[in-house]
Write a protein that binds this ligand. Structure first.
Ligand SMILES: *[C@@H]1O[C@H](CO)[C@@H](O)[C@H](O)[C@H]1NC(C)=O
Ligand SMILES: *[C@@H]1O[C@H](CO)[C@@H](O)[C@H](O)[C@H]1NC(C)=O
Length: 510
């Protein structure tokens, strides 16, 4: 009873706080629109030494440099999804999603890379997961690489810095297409390579912990050069896998293939021409860095001018390899941020946007761009989503877009009750979905939306200190508890229509 009263109070708060979203209903999205939730292998699976999986870059990094993770913890167990996947599929079924975005662990499939054998136990795990999803009518939406590589790639090639890894990735992708492609209709090669390469090789915060002064004090690295070398090898690895899929699998398997980029929306800080150019340039160094080569065969001109010899060049053969485009573009869109020019005015450029000579800031004249979230630099700015989608559609030939991640973080040190009564997340998700529906109404080519994340999990450098899940996870007991946002998403997906009607459904529920 007390619990029911609490939920009602929360619902009233939602209604009061989000009047603009009252009309939001699933029926405003086109038929066949994918609605799902997302996760990644290292962040949820655990079982890090089981069934002949080898160590990957994150296993080694978290064990050898625990100081690199905010709470010193790791993904050895994480959500224990490897053993609890049936329960997690049941949770998804309960939510009513029609798709699930997850990633495959390379070190489970090919523990020693292409020179060792395929690990049948690794294949068997994803076979079981895919079968369980399909049995519930949930479409698998599969990422081949979400930040994790077998440690052997590091020792043999310096991972993404060595050209040898391209053949390794191509081989790994081929094994996956062959093993799962009869059932998997949505593939993406890489998740956020534009973010990963900067955290790994510019800021030195992800394995292999490379950076150079003044960006940081790592044992090795070159922050001005290595992110671009790694990105170049990732782009060519991507191209090899896409070519193979299109040539040897697509016709008979009938699926599609794309890539996922992280995409902040940059607003000029002021009306100065310099800041307007800076916002444009930040986007170029963020998104066009990867998508321009894929669509137009080369890096954006501004990157070439500013990075000169630090930006690798595509040879004529490589350009030929790049000529197969993607079937869709995935964007992970969480926040908008102001961009200030650092060419005309001095600023600290030892940051994520530094090589673009841009300072990103959430504040203009003392006013924040949106409500802050637990993730530093991430704000609740729903209209940024519509802008981002429009920009990608316009620049890249109206290629279909999937919003492959969008979500809201909470600090773990809140009380469990507060974490579960996540009204802030409900408001955030409603706002962003409303923004997508507005874009769709104006003709944007968007085909799906995935909440990050299904369950609280290991959030890379933040460890377990922040929580993105629709479901709360007690990491001691592994119990999953639906948050208010899970109930809201379920109501929305059930076609409960405007929020008013959903109150009845949720009341009946509690
Ligand atoms: C792991 O590899 C060993 C050696 O190849 C093999 O005997 C064993 O059956 C494998 N375990 C699993 C679970 O596949
Ligand atoms: C930019 O200019 C417009 C029109 O002059 C003005 O309304 C707006 O407040 C200005 N924005 C900023 C950030 O200065």
């Amino acid at each position: 009873m007390a619990a029911a009263t609490g939920i009602c109070a929360v619902l009233l708060a939602i209604l009061a706080a989000a009047p603009s979203a009252r009309g939001l209903g699933r029926d405003e999205f086109p038929p066949g629109f994918l609605f799902g939730a997302a996760t990644s292998a290292y962040q949820i699976e655990g079982a890090y030494l089981e069934d002949n999986k080898s160590l990957n870059n994150w296993d080694v990094f978290t064990h050898t440099r625990p100081g690199g993770i905010r709470d010193g913890r790791n993904g050895d167990v994480a959500d224990d999804h490897y053993h609890r996947y049936m329960e997690d599929v049941e949770i998804m079924h309960n939510l009513g999603v029609n798709s699930y975005r997850f990633s495959i662990s390379w070190s489970r499939i090919l523990p020693r890379g292409r020179l060792g054998g395929v690990n049948s136990a690794g294949i068997a795990f994803y076979d079981r997961l895919i079968a369980a999803l399909l049995q519930k009518g949930i479409e698998p939406f599969v990422t081949l690489n979400h930040f994790d590589v077998p440690h052997e790639m590091e020792t043999r090639y310096g991972s993404w810095l060595g050209a040898g890894i391209r053949e390794e990735f191509d081989y790994y992708a081929d094994v996956c297409f062959r093993a799962f492609g009869d059932r998997v209709k949505y593939w993406t090669t890489f998740n956020e390579p534009n973010l990963f390469t900067k955290f790994a090789y510019l800021l030195g915060e992800y394995p292999p912990n490379h950076c150079s002064p003044p960006f940081g004090a790592c044992n090795s690295g070159n922050s001005r050069r290595e992110p671009y070398v790694a990105a170049h090898n990732i782009l060519l690895s991507h191209a090899a896998a896409v070519n193979n899929y299109k040539k040897n699998y697509q016709a008979k398997q009938g699926g599609s293939i794309g890539i996922v980029v992280a995409m902040k929306w940059y607003e000029p800080l002021t009306n100065r021409t310099e800041d307007i150019r800076a916002a444009r340039r930040a986007l170029s160094f963020e998104v066009e860095w990867f998508l321009d080569p894929i669509f137009f065969g080369d890096y954006p001109r501004e990157m070439r001018e500013m990075l000169s010899a630090n930006l690798p060049k595509f040879t004529p053969e490589e350009k030929k390899l790049m000529q197969n485009k993607v079937d869709f573009i995935g964007i992970n869109q969480y926040t908008a941020i102001y961009a200030r020019d650092c060419i005309s005015l001095p600023c600290n450029i030892m940051t994520y946007e530094g090589n673009a000579m841009v300072l990103a800031t959430g504040e203009r004249d003392g006013v924040l761009i949106g409500k802050p979230t637990a993730f530093k630099g991430y704000y609740d700015v729903p209209q940024g989503m519509e802008q981002a989608v429009k920009y990608v559609n316009e620049r890249y030939e109206n290629t279909p877009v999937y919003v492959t991640e969008n979500g809201y973080s909470q600090q773990s040190d809140n009380s469990v009750e507060d974490l579960i009564n996540d009204v802030g997340r409900v408001n955030y998700l409603q706002g962003y979905l409303t923004s997508i529906s507005s874009a769709v109404r104006k003709g944007a080519n968007v085909r799906g939306y995935f909440v990050w994340s299904l369950i609280d999990n290991f959030e890379w450098g933040f460890g377990y200190t922040v929580r993105f899940g629709l479901y709360h996870v007690d990491f001691e007991t592994q119990k999953r508890i639906p948050k208010t946002s899970a109930k809201w998403y379920r109501g929305f997906l059930a076609g409960a229509g405007p929020v008013d009607d959903q109150v009845q459904a949720l009341k009946a529920d509690s």
